[in-house]
Design a protein around this ligand. Structure first.
Ligand code: C2E
Ligand code: MG
Ligand code: MG
Ligand code: MG
Length: 287
């Protein structure tokens, strides 16, 4: 009896795994063709500078429109793209597309936000990221100053020396670097010294409950202070309320990004957003 129960459990477990594996396989097979079928699109989310109220930046976030699955979130396909190596060509497409869009904003004569692109570790390990980044700005006809690169702390965990050297060379060319999801990784403060990045993006897990949770508030305040001491800028992600924004202003966080200011949106819609709010997003911030 125990034996048959065990077998059932095993079979159940197996089917669960099969389901997961099938889904992974579907995503993997689909991803392979997604680039040539033009199924990717970039969405853009505004970043506001607190002291001026200007939209000084914008993060490019990839979306996959699958004919059957609909919109697939990057959280479910980026890990698959990374595991299969497909993140290299996909990442190159993201760089090209984001730079082309940045050229359009500039040419429209409106405010000219810096476009931030997320990078994966594999793009450093075997993507020739230096070439890809340089090609992207050159073919779009923008300057390196218009592009910002977001790295997570995990990228610096492996091949630290070679990533460091690459970041250094790209910085010399004028590209800016931000550490994404700051505070959730494994990096020590030592990294901040050696990596010479420009900005820390405070992870949304600390920002979400900032007005209720005193510990989160203390962490955010401390990160801003450390950044200031090192001459780095800070941006808070996941800002969803006016109250959170006011508190971040009080802590002297430099920039904010989140649903409160605007959700990630298609390029055309972001162009309209810029027209309306680019020079001054009139949101009352006390203090
Ligand atoms: P991330 O770079 O940390 O991006 C922030 C995520 O938070 C985005 O999710 C964004 O839509 C979401 N977000 C923004 N504001 C708010 C808010 O106020 N509240 C809440 N709850 N969420 C907010 P998204 O677009 O689903 O992207 C998820 C992750 O996928 C990104 O995290 C990034 O790590 C990765 N990703 C997205 N696009 C790319 C890409 O082109 N290349 C690579 N390598 N990774 C990408
Ligand atoms: Mg990011
Ligand atoms: Mg983030
Ligand atoms: Mg994240």
């Amino acid at each position: 009896r125990a034996k048959s129960k065990g077998r059932d459990t095993y079979r159940f477990f197996n089917e669960e795994m099969n389901y997961e594996a099938t889904e992974q396989l579907n995503i993997r097979v689909g991803l392979r063709k997604a680039l040539e079928l033009n199924q990717f699109q970039l969405f853009y989310q505004p970043q506001l500078e607190m002291t001026t109220g200007k939209i000084v930046g914008v993060e490019a976030l990839i979306r996959w429109f699958h004919p059957e699955l609909g919109m697939v979130s990057p959280a479910s396909f980026i890990p698959v793209a990374e595991a299969s190596g497909l993140i290299v060509p996909i990442g190159n497409w993201v760089l090209q597309e984001a730079c082309r869009e940045a050229a359009r904003w500039r040419d429209s004569g409106m405010s000219n936000p810096v476009v931030a692109v997320n990078l994966s570790a594999l793009q450093f390990a075997r993507g020739n990221i230096e070439q890809a980044v340089s090609d992207a700005v050159a073919s779009a006809g923008i300057t390196p100053q218009m592009l910002e690169l977001e790295l997570t702390e995990s990228i610096m965990l492996h091949n630290t020396e070679s990533v460091l050297a690459t970041v250094k060379r790209l910085k010399q060319k004028g590209f800016a670097f931000t550490i994404d999801d700051f505070g959730t990784g494994y990096s020590s403060l030592q990294y901040l010294k050696s990596f010479a990045v420009d900005k820390l993006k405070i992870d949304q897990s600390f920002v979400r409950d900032i007005t209720e949770d005193e510990d989160d508030a203390a962490i955010v305040r401390a990160i801003v202070q450390v950044a200031k001491g090192l001459g780095l800028k800070t941006i808070a992600e996941g800002v969803e309320t006016a109250e959170a924004m006011a508190l971040l202003a009080q802590y002297r966080c430099d920039e904010v990004q989140g649903y409160y200011l605007g959700r990630p949106m298609p390029a055309r819609q972001f162009m309209a957003y810029l027209q309306q709010y680019g020079e001054c997003r009139k949101i009352s911030v006390t203090s």
